[in-house]
Write a protein that binds this ligand. Structure first.
Ligand code: MN
Length: 392
């Protein structure tokens, strides 16, 4: 028996999207699938190719961009035809796991509005942007082993927090926060001492995912100088279950905001581009913020060129995230420390005044490319997580 997958005309997951994930059908092993509408296509069955029978996208990603294009074309053809029943599953009935084996994880700080807001909050008596900010995409190496798939529960972290006396105590974070970000997945890595040239981005980067970089602001504020984020960030980073191929976002490419001063030559692309992707942050079901990726100062290609500029190698499955996405307006801020201005200006969530996360709160971040009249909108799925009490 064969089935044609019906897709609603207004679906954000039509044949122009086709994101990849790793799923398990009922009583089946994890394998690679592509989402079409509310269905998942089992690629190992539909394409009769065992590389997709793996519980991770990594073997496919390592095959490189010519193969990514070939498979995308074949899946687009499948979307237009009847597919064997055994290759089609209902999205509602499958289990989703982390789609990639994460290699190294880097988090950037590429939003000028976010960096300016945090500079004002953390260093109120100084220039909000440090002197390096407009010259390089600031970033740090995060903890790949604690990247978790959307839906994973987040246990409130414990750590050192400064008290009014100036000395620290130890306990559950009182200022647990989110960071709404996009993450870029490296498919083909690069060798030691061989930086990735800015115009070679497409040879290396496979796709985009949604990221929530959970952050304990009290732990972070006490520990971060002089070496940067550490335990305030490393307890969990949530990743969406679906990776949207860069090819699906061709129609979302837009000009970058102006960069002044002009960056050094290794950060100058022949044809610079940003992405018109609009995010929404939902707090216990209420939409509280609309971060615009279109405002990001540093481009995905600049971030990759910079993170390898010293000769650092990259591998299949490496993940680098943009940093919190914030815009200039109050309802475009991608973290609660910004939305509540350090906790001093509570925001209204379902009729309650809120600042940081409480136990039981659930955060869902969604995104889509707005699209144009001739192009369907592309959904980036969601990244979801609920806060659980600190363990005794
Ligand atoms: Mn971050």
């Amino acid at each position: 028996m064969r089935t044609r997958i019906e897709v609603a005309p207004d679906s954000l997951f039509g044949p122009d999207n086709l994101p990849y994930g790793v799923f398990a059908p009922q009583r089946g092993p994890y394998r690679v699938g592509v989402r079409l509408g509310e269905a998942v296509i089992d690629l190992a069955v539909a394409l009769d190719d065992p590389i997709f029978a793996a519980p991770s996208l990594n073997p496919f990603l390592a095959q490189g961009p010519a193969r990514w294009r070939e498979v995308r074309e074949r899946v687009r053809q499948l979307a237009d035809t009847e597919i064997p029943d055994e290759a089609v599953h209902s999205l509602a009935e499958v289990d989703l796991r982390l789609p990639i084996e994460v290699g190294d994880y880097v988090d950037f700080y590429a939003s000028i509005d976010h960096a300016t807001n945090l500079g004002r909050l953390f260093r109120p008596d100084a220039e909000p942007l440090l002197p390096n900010w407009r010259h390089l995409p600031v970033g740090y190496h995060g903890r790949a082993g604690t990247v978790v798939v959307s839906g994973t529960d987040i246990v409130r972290p414990r750590g050192q927090r400064r008290t009014d006396s100036g000395a620290p105590d130890f306990g559950p974070s009182k200022r647990l926060d989110i960071e709404a970000e996009l993450g870029f997945v490296v498919g083909v890595g690069s060798d030691l001492a061989h930086p990735i040239e800015i115009d070679d981005f497409a040879e290396h980067v496979f796709g985009v995912a949604l990221v929530n970089d959970w952050s304990a602001r009290d732990i972070q504020a006490w520990e971060y100088q002089p070496l940067g984020p550490f335990l305030g960030k490393s307890f969990a980073t949530s990743l969406s279950a679906w990776i949207t191929p860069m090819a699906a976002l061709e129609s979302a490419r837009i000009a970058l905001p102006a960069q002044d001063p002009e960056p050094l030559p290794y950060l100058r692309a022949a044809d610079p581009w940003g992405l018109d992707v609009a995010l929404t942050v939902h707090w216990d079901g209420a939409a509280v913020s609309y971060p615009p990726y279109s405002r990001m100062y540093w481009s995905p290609a600049q971030m990759l060129a910079h993170l390898t500029a010293n000769g650092a190698a990259t591998r299949t499955g490496d993940l680098y995230a943009s940093g919190t996405i914030s815009g200039p307006d109050p309802d475009q801020r991608g973290s609660f420390i910004e939305l509540s201005w350090g906790g001093s200006e509570p925001i209204h969530v379902n009729g309650q005044k809120r600042t940081f996360l409480e136990d039981g709160d659930e955060i869902v971040i969604t995104a889509s490319s707005p699209g144009r009249p001739d192009v369907r909108r592309i959904g980036l799925g969601e990244v979801r997580g609920r806060v659980w009490p600190a363990r005794d």
